[in-house]
Design a protein around this ligand. Sequence first.
Ligand SMILES: [Zn+2]
Length: 86
Amino acid sequence: MTKKKIPQRTCIVCGEIRDKRELLRIVKTPEGIHYDPTGRMNGRGAYLCGRPECFRDMKKKRALDRAFSMRAEDAVYEELLKELSE
Ligand SMILES: [Zn+2]
């Protein structure tokens, strides 16, 4: 029997590595950056561990800019935080 390996991803804010299923998926689509609660949306994905500090520091650290190699406006961060807290 081979043990199934659980995929791991890195939180884009604190850099901690965790099981993919414990992380929140953020996806970049042509329509913008959104929280992907299903984990199945098409687009480039990034992961967030969900700690309050990471929510808080995401904008300060420009974590989306780095994760998606782009310049994300403040409004993009604010919109995403709103989606994440709903
Ligand atoms: Zn984190």
